[in-house]
Design a protein around this ligand. Structure first.
Ligand SMILES: [Zn+2]
Ligand SMILES: [Zn+2]
Ligand SMILES: [Zn+2]
Length: 128
């Protein structure tokens, strides 16, 4: 068989079988992993082309996702950090489970907080 050039490293090699496209195992693996990687796509939010980290991700950034899905940016009552929640969870006052627990612990003696502790069991997941 005639020598060919490796698809990955461009070096000339002597193939062992007809369909061989790379010079060896290392280059074959590289070819496979680059084929697996998702091609760049246009962000559904801003239209910028980006390289998705997950095959399913349709947005270039969390910001674009938030804008598109009508999420609300809020400030956590406990740690004062900004966080984003889906519009339907806009009443949420804390950024996550830990801060919600802390907020509940602060006022656990009142009836309102007991009601909140119940609500806490249905605490929604953060939008990621
Ligand atoms: Zn090679
Ligand atoms: Zn975008
Ligand atoms: Zn917080």
């Amino acid at each position: 068989m005639e020598n060919r050039n490796c698809k990955v490293c461009q070096k000339e090699y002597k193939p062992y079988f007809k369909e061989q496209q790379t010079c060896g195992r290392a280059c074959a693996n590289a070819a496979i992993s680059s084929a697996k990687r998702s091609p760049p796509r246009a962000c559904k939010g801003c239209g910028t082309e980006f390289q998705p980290k997950k095959t399913k991700s349709a947005y270039c950034s969390h910001d674009c996702y938030a804008k598109r899905h009508g999420t609300v940016t809020k400030t956590c009552e406990t740690c004062a950090k900004g966080f984003t929640v889906a519009y339907r969870f806009r009443a949420q006052k804390t950024c996550g489970t830990e801060c919600a627990k802390a907020a509940i612990a602060k006022t656990l003696t009142t009836a309102e907080s007991r009601a909140r502790a119940t609500a806490f069991r249905q605490f929604p997941d953060r939008v990621t």
